[in-house]
Design a protein around this ligand. Structure first.
Ligand SMILES: Nc1ncnc2c1ncn2[C@@H]1O[C@H](COP(=O)(O)OP(=O)(O)O)[C@@H](O)[C@H]1O
Ligand SMILES: [Mg+2]
Length: 454
């Protein structure tokens, strides 16, 4: 049902309306339009509608062919600009053909013509993804901050994702009541930042997630970014050591700068125990400097003043010293899931699967001690082994078998850790892939890292 003529006129009209109304900002442009106008983290007026921008924004291959016959359009052959000869006529033509849905998806037009369609400007803004959620915006911002060489170094250290690129959502996660409470509090704090600033309550917005590997710490942080539509900035602390040493402190500094520019955003620091480790050991001076820069940056940044929500995560709370603890104002505990939680997790992760005689409670009973991540691995094994028999429908038995396999493999893994004699294990039989598990699951690399250190 695409209508190239109408699509292109909508684009032209939007640029005209946007250029003419200074009260409109980036959030008033539909994401597809914005993406063609970002430069250095800004969208500058006037927006120019050319054959190229119109094509990129509307997905109409030859915009001029689509609207050239209309009596109110003209093209400047030299610049490629497409313009209205008579904006009033263009408005009339467009408003005759547009419907309510089209206006609701375009806040700039809702501001100008919403009344006729019973669509308020606010309503349109609300359904339109905010500009900070655009990958194109983030890229243009990074370009401004880092030259190409620097950017490569930086990308080792920080990973920046637009909320549109985060796949995890809160609906995919099973939380403890305590976790739910903490998350709810922080969501409210974000909503009411202005009020908190006004009453001078600033010690808020630095969370530390604590718990064994695979309990959902990284996932919850990402899901928050997704659900709150905030960019997600992740610093890989262990990469501090692998950086070109002289530059590390500078890059840490810059990553906070980037977070400030991206704000409101979530700044996530995985493997936070690394900080404590570095402080106590006799590391290279440059690394110590980087870690100190990091701690100072943490002190300086604030949810209330900078709109940055800081989340640290650690699998080894015992390694944190008082100085590290003190920097967080809420500690969120991520325990291994209890029986009812395991049952819930199993139901969530099998949501889109067909399983005959599925009995999550029984599975929960035989999976004592397994984390959410373990349960996912169990599921994956069950799915893969059913596939070897060309089956895409699983049975409860498949799952129970996979649990047994998992436990067996887990035992071998523990042996490996106690004896440190991997050769003996390989000779022992079918454990192929046991050591590779983590490398398949991107969200799992925190754990892989742990094993190499233990
Ligand atoms: N409570 C949970 N509910 C649903 N899935 C979970 C839960 N805990 C862990 N998982 C799953 O396990 C995997 C690893 O979790 P992750 O967030 O990386 O754990 P952590 O960061 O604590 O090591 C993810 O795919 C995640 O979806
Ligand atoms: Mg993690």
């Amino acid at each position: 049902m695409s209508n190239p003529e109408l699509d292109v006129v909508e684009f032209l009209l939007t640029t005209a309306v946007y250029n003419g109304d200074r009260d409109l900002d980036e959030d008033d442009l539909p994401p597809a339009y914005r993406q063609v106008f970002w430069t250095d983290g800004r969208i500058e007026r006037p927006l120019s509608a050319t054959g190229q921008t119109a094509a990129d924004a509307t997905d109409v291959d030859r915009p001029w062919d689509a609207v050239g016959d209309l009596m109110f359009t003209q093209r400047d052959d030299f610049s490629g600009d497409i313009e209205f000869t008579d904006q009033e006529l263009a408005e009339e033509w467009f408003l005759d053909r547009a419907d309510e849905d089209r206006i609701r998806a375009n806040p700039a037009l809702a501001a100008a013509y919403g009344e006729e369609f019973d669509v308020s400007h606010e309503a349109a803004r609300e359904v339109n993804r905010p500009a900070r959620a655009d990958r194109a915006w983030i890229d243009s911002l990074l370009e401004e901050y880092f030259d190409e060489e620097e950017e490569e170094e930086m990308l080792d250290l920080v990973d920046i994702r637009a909320p549109e690129e985060v796949e995890m959502t809160m609906d995919d996660l099973v939380l403890t009541p305590d976790q739910e409470g903490e998350i709810h509090k922080i969501v409210k704090a974000i909503e009411h930042r202005d009020y908190l600033a006004q009453i001078g309550l600033r010690e808020i917005g630095k969370l530390l997630f604590v718990g064994p590997p695979g309990t959902g710490k990284t996932s919850v942080a990402r899901a928050l970014a997704h659900d709150l539509e905030l960019p997600f900035v992740e610093v890989k602390l262990s990469m501090i050591t692998s950086q070109y040493l002289g530059e590390t402190a500078k890059n840490v500094d810059k990553s906070f700068e980037v977070a400030r520019r991206l704000a409101p955003c979530i700044f996530f620091m995985d493997e936070f125990d690394f900080v404590a480790k570095t402080r106590s050991s006799d590391e290279h001076a440059a690394i110590k400097r980087a870690v100190n820069t990091l701690l100072k940056s943490i002190d300086d940044i604030s949810l209330i003043d900078d709109d940055v929500l800081l989340i640290g995560a650690t699998n080894h709370p015992d390694q944190l010293d008082a100085a590290a603890w003190r920097r967080f104002d809420e500690i969120v505990n991520f325990p291994k899931p209890d029986r009812s939680m395991r049952s819930d997790i199993l139901q969530v992760v099998t949501r889109d699967m067909e399983i005959i005689d599925f009995d999550p409670d029984t599975l929960a009973e035989i999976t004592e001690g397994l984390t959410g991540s373990d349960l996912r691995l169990v599921l994956r094994e069950a799915v893969l082994s059913a596939l070897t028999e060309e089956r895409t429908t699983l049975t409860q038995q498949d799952l129970e078998d996979a649990v047994a396999d998992f436990e067996e493999r887990d035992n071998l893994k523990n042996l490996d850790m106690i004896d440190g004699d991997a050769d003996a294990l390989v000779a022992g039989g079918d454990i192929s892939g046991a050591g590779n598990d983590e490398s398949h699951d991107h969200s799992h690399d925190g754990e892989a890292h742990d094993h190499s250190h233990d």
